[in-house]
Design a protein around this ligand. Structure first.
Ligand SMILES: Cc1cc2nc3c(=O)[nH]c(=O)nc-3n(C[C@H](O)[C@H](O)[C@H](O)COP(=O)(O)O)c2cc1C
Length: 358
């Protein structure tokens, strides 16, 4: 795998970022990528929301927007994969170009704006994966969004719950992408309470089986006051976890002056690490460790993954670093994390969660 990326990586970087992504999805879907071997150290195992995670490393939302490569992603060694963001109806997203590399910082700026094949296509593929005879073990969640031209955001998220709850291990309400006008205002206390309450009611309606946990994905650009409100609402309405965080609309010093740094959109990769980790730690404190948190934003090494865990993340996710480093990073994190945990005297990963945030 490492060798294969050393060949494909430089070739992919000669394509536009969006084209490189399309080619990568096709490569993965072709099944030609060799699976990553190796068992997870038992110290990495966790049971959260009644789901078994053999390791805490997940594929972040936005890579497999249409649930096309679930099994190939799990075979790279991920403990879990989040598909989406899926919008109710298919929509094209913003005009191209809408994704930019900032190679000096191994970062990206994107303004895809929820290009999505819609709930029906995602549900069909997720369902097919669930019914596969020899599928990879792993947890698969679905990230839900709204259509750009929808007049009723709550209705859109409820539609997502009805369509995907029966076939997803967990669901994410994504109100934090910077590229859909008005979306992030749903993080405000009033609209958030209304949205989460309605979505939880919809979930309770589906009584065929144990309903999947419901998580909220937030932006790293919220103020302290916003964060306190999100935490309070989350605990009060009874959602099951938070994903911290999405891309940032801010432009930290590290990217100032770089080509394309002023493109509109969300910034990801190492320049968002400090910001998203601070928000993670604050959220852990605000929720008093009562809600499992998924830490995402700028993880580019096993050390970064460990910092997220010590700052309150039970699980972590990656995206941008995979573009620059390839899937060997997943293996590195899975092998180095157990060393860090044992070195610091932890017997389980759960013991380390929030160690630096208390
Ligand atoms: C090209 C691209 C597309 C993304 N699309 C989505 C998306 O559809 N939904 C979502 O919740 N997050 C999306 N994200 C955000 C990532 O899931 C993640 O929260 C963010 O990139 C920070 O992690 P990273 O620094 O490891 O990339 C996207 C990120 C990138 C780079």
């Amino acid at each position: 795998m490492v060798d294969l990326f050393s060949v494909t990586g430089p070739l992919l970087r000669r394509l536009t970022p969006e084209r490189a992504h399309t080619v990568t999805i096709r490569l993965l879907a072709s099944g030609l990528m060799p699976p990553m071997s190796g068992k997870d150290d038992p110290i990495l195992a966790q049971r959260l929301w009644g789901l078994d995670f053999s390791n805490p490393v997940g594929m972040a939302a936005g890579f497999d927007k249409n649930a096309e490569v679930i099994d190939p992603l799990l075979s790279l060694g991920f403990g879990f994969v989040e598909v989406g963001t899926v919008t109710p109806r298919p929509q094209p997203g913003n005009p191209q170009p809408r994704c930019f590399r900032l190679p000096d910082q191994q970062a990206l700026i994107n303004r895809f704006g929820f290009n999505s094949q819609g709930l029906e296509a995602a549900a069909r593929r997720l369902n097919a994966w669930r019914h596969r005879r020899r599928r990879r073990p792993g947890v698969v969640g679905a990230n839900l969004g709204r259509n750009k031209d929808s007049s009723d955001a709550v209705h859109d998220y409820v539609a997502g719950v009805y369509a995907l709850a029966p076939i997803s291990d967990y669901l994410v309400i994504n109100v934090s992408s910077p590229n859909t006008p008005g979306l992030r205002a749903l993080q405000d206390r009033g609209p958030l309470t209304e949205l989460l309450s309605r979505v939880l009611l919809a979930r309770a309606d589906l009584c065929e089986r144990k309903p999947p946990p419901l998580l909220l994905k937030i932006a790293p650009d919220l103020t302290d006051e916003d964060l306190a409100a999100v935490a309070e609402v989350s605990l009060a309405v009874g959602i099951d976890g938070l994903i911290v965080s999405n891309t940032t609309i801010s432009r930290p010093d590290a990217v100032l002056g770089l080509p394309d740094a002023t493109e509109a959109g969300g910034l990801s990769g190492p320049p968002v690490f400090a910001l998203s980790t601070r928000v993670l730690r604050d959220m852990y404190r605000h929720t008093r460790g009562k809600l499992p948190l998924i830490g995402v934003g700028g993880i580019a090494s096993p050390e970064d993954a460990y910092v997220k865990i010590r700052n309150g993340a039970s699980l972590i996710q990656l995206y941008t670093a995979l573009i620059y480093q390839g899937p060997a990073l997943i293996h590195d994190i899975r092998t180095r994390l157990p060393e860090f945990l044992k070195r610091d005297g932890f017997k389980t990963i759960a013991e380390a969660v929030g160690a630096d945030a208390r």
